[in-house]
Design a protein around this ligand. Structure first.
Ligand code: ATP
Ligand code: MG
Length: 664
């Protein structure tokens, strides 16, 4: 692959925000020298570096003697002869320390009720639940499907599985019966942990009924137990002998349960990717490496301090909810907020009001949430962040998609009041934790850039043959060396694992992220330009879809959200098609034509005439995965005028597709 330079555009950012003295003082990694020293340690003694971190940050019942086994690459093994328990690393280790009676979880329900649980109380609850699992015959190595609302009980279920060495597979509570069935079969699960209903936005939505439907679709004979949390008082169907309520299951169970120690490579969980680029992949993670990185990135990326109140808004159905709700904050001894509901109920100021209410100091959310809250805040001052006291905030974070520079600036000014660093954390279900991210007390920030790899993560940008490309040239993001929290395999499909992530053309050992990226010429900062499939080639010019999207979103008076894809074009090779959500409603006819022209002129001015979208389509939203990511593969089909026949099992809003039919 030749590597012509990516067209310079609005994303060539000149704004740089250095960490303030106040932020640097006492930071876990303070200043770029401290960061560089860690990178140098990893570069000179890779094995020694990771061994040191694993000894310092994980409680081992049996210490490991081998750090990394590469003999069967890419099936890497980390800390293989060590033994530990993930739940003991999150709970038991705090007993007898000042954290014992610290609040571990502040839970705010959809309707606003707040409950607080200390580490000691949480350990008792998890232990009791673990005993209930054992009483149903569930053992080490068994797979347990968790299909729960965003509640404390969901986290308890995950921790209880880990405590007995059972492998959880969490399925987001918005997925269909079919998705539940497929994931049960894929994992060969023996039990389902679910809830009668879930509360979202004031509505009571069924969960158990969907599990029943999923089981009814067939081939789920492996399921012997369904445990049902009584989230609401409404009755649900219960199958005699198979189904048991939490109350029944927990009755008489002791609140003490010795954790089952497992080998470091024992699978902690299976989790499916979001399905943005294709059929979701069942990613398998290992206990030791995952726990290490979840704990350590809490300290490094969020600069966690003892009195912080941490809030990650991700659902436990996603990797972010695994690493930064269910495990990381607990392993790091944080007080965290868990929120059941949605950001727009009872109004779109809910996040800001909750930050004020619980004195949240570290707030971590997704660009999709930020973009939608910008739209609401600009329409109604009552739900603007200014209507809440956000002075408790210290650090902001973003994850899930590239954050456009304009959204970044809004977040920085309106939520962080220009004093909170934003950590734009790049990572994936497969990476198990952050891999490229700023460090609040060290990294100068550039809007829209995830900046630099964490020490020990050997990220690079290469061409198709695996050769490094120079800064300023676009290419494929890879990680050249293994790291402890990496994916171990695709559950039950080692061939797909190898083929998807370790291309033979690159030598078979580079981890291919699937994202396109470019490093800035001056600082070597990474910027994600879109999925590899999303790099456009218009008349021989290579452009990331992300830059055109960011240019569109930079038209702040008009555009709320935008997605760009290519379609084949006889003349130019590829034509640019933009899907745009306006801040006002969906325009039609002459108005739509006039706005489309205005947007084309704008992009021409911001990037260059070559980047002008040929087609512009308007909708009140974009097709998104349940985790809030734009599903560009569907947009590509729409742009080509095809009917959609692909996997849409993780699509949130199918109705939106029909709106996007008209091109201007
Ligand atoms: P699938 O793998 O099934 O297509 P997915 O890649 O969306 O779905 P996830 O593992 O949930 O599934 O998401 C990881 C992807 O999210 C990354 O590969 C990247 O494209 C995007 N991403 C996450 N964080 C960032 C970020 N800070 N900046 C840019 N992109 C990000
Ligand atoms: Mg992916």
């Amino acid at each position: 692959m030749s590597t012509p330079s990516v067209i310079e555009s609005v994303l060539v950012e000149n704004r740089v925000f250095e960490p303030s003295e106040a932020v640097m003082k006492g930071a876990c990694i303070s200043g770029m020298d401290a960061y560089s020293a860690l990178c140098a340690e990893a570069a000179t003694d890779f094995g020694g570096y990771w061994a040191r971190l694993a000894r310092e940050n994980v409680v081992w019942s049996k210490p490991f003697t081998k750090t990394l086994d590469e003999s069967n690459a890419p099936f890497y093994k980390w800390f293989e002869d060590g033994e530990l328990n993930a739940s003991a690393n999150c709970l038991d280790k705090h007993m007898g320390t000042p954290n014992e009676n610290k609040v571990a979880v502040i839970f705010e329900a959809d309707g606003g009720e707040v409950t607080k649980t200390t580490y000691k109380e949480l350990l008792a609850k998890v232990s009791q639940f673990a005993n209930a699992l054992k009483a149903r015959g569930i053992q080490k190595g068994d797979r347990v499907l968790i299909y729960m609302p965003m509640t404390l009980e969901g986290v308890i279920a995950m921790q209880a599985c880990a405590r007995i060495g059972a492998i959880h597979s969490v399925v987001f509570g918005g997925f269909s019966a079919k998705a539940v069935q497929e994931r049960i079969i894929d994992a060969g699960a023996v039990a389902v942990i679910t809830s009668n209903f879930q509360m979202r936005g004031g509505k009571e939505l069924p969960l158990k009924a969907i599990v029943d439907d999923g089981l009814g679709l067939g081939s789920c004979e492996s399921i012997k137990t369904v445990m049902v949390f009584e989230r609401t008082s409404t009755a649900c169907n219960m199958v005699e002998g198979r189904d048991v309520t939490f109350t029944e299951a927990l009755a008489g169970q002791s609140t003490e349960c010795a954790p089952v120690m497992v080998g470091a490579e024992h699978p902690l969980f299976i989790l499916f990717t979001s399905g943005s680029t294709g059929k979701p992949k069942g990613v398998q993670h290992a206990t030791g490496g995952f726990v290490l990185w979840a704990k350590l990135t809490m300290d490094w990326t969020f600069d966690l301090r003892p009195d912080d109140v941490f809030w990650c808004t991700a659902d436990i159905g996603w990797i972010t909810g695994h690493a930064y709700v269910a495990y990381g904050p607990l392993a790091a001894g944080a007080t965290q907020i868990i929120f059941e509901g949605v950001p727009t109920y009872p109004n779109a100021g809910r996040f800001w009001q909750m930050i004020e209410r619980h004195k949240c100091s570290i707030f971590y959310t997704a660009p999709t949430a930020i973009r939608s809250l910008i739209k609401s805040a600009e329409a109604d001052s009552k739900v603007h962040p200014d209507a809440s006291d956000l002075t408790s905030l210290r650090i902001l974070g973003s994850v899930g998609e590239p954050i456009n520079p304009e959204a970044w600036m809004w977040y920085y000014k309106n939520v962080g009041h220009e004093k909170c660093p934003i950590v734009d954390t790049f990572w994936q279900t497969e990476t198990g934790g952050h891999v490229i991210t700023p460090l609040p007390g060290a990294t100068p920030l550039v809007p829209g850039s995830c900046t630099l790899p964490l020490p020990g993560i050997m990220a690079a940008i290469v061409d198709e043959a695996g050769h490094d490309v120079p800064n300023g040239s676009g290419g494929m993001l890879v990680i050249k060396r293994p790291w402890p929290s990496m994916i171990r395999t695709i559950w039950g499909d080692p061939e797909r694992f190898k083929a998807s992530y370790f291309p033979a053309e690159m030598g078979g050992t580079y981890y291919l992220a699937g994202d396109g990226a470019v490093r800035s010429i001056d600082r070597g900062y990474f910027r994600i330009t879109g999925r590899i499939d999303d790099v456009l080639n218009v008349s021989g010019h290579r452009m990331g879809t992300m830059e055109i999207e960011s240019a569109l979103v930079a038209k702040t008076d008009l555009v709320a959200e935008a997605a760009v894809v290519g379609r084949p074009d006889d003349l130019t090779g590829e034509a640019i098609c933009a899907f745009v959500v306006l801040k006002r409603g969906v325009p039609t006819g002459d108005e739509a034509k006039a706005i489309a022209k205005q947007l084309r002129d704008w992009v021409a001015k911001e990037i260059g005439p070559i980047a002008k979208p040929k087609d512009i389509r308007f909708g009140e939203n974009l097709p998104k995965t349940r985790s809030g990511k734009i599903m560009r593969r569907l947009l590509r089909s729409l742009a080509k005028g095809e009917t959609i026949t692909q996997d849409t099992s993780t699509l949130e809003n199918p109705a939106i597709l029909s709106q996007l039919g008209q091109a201007y």
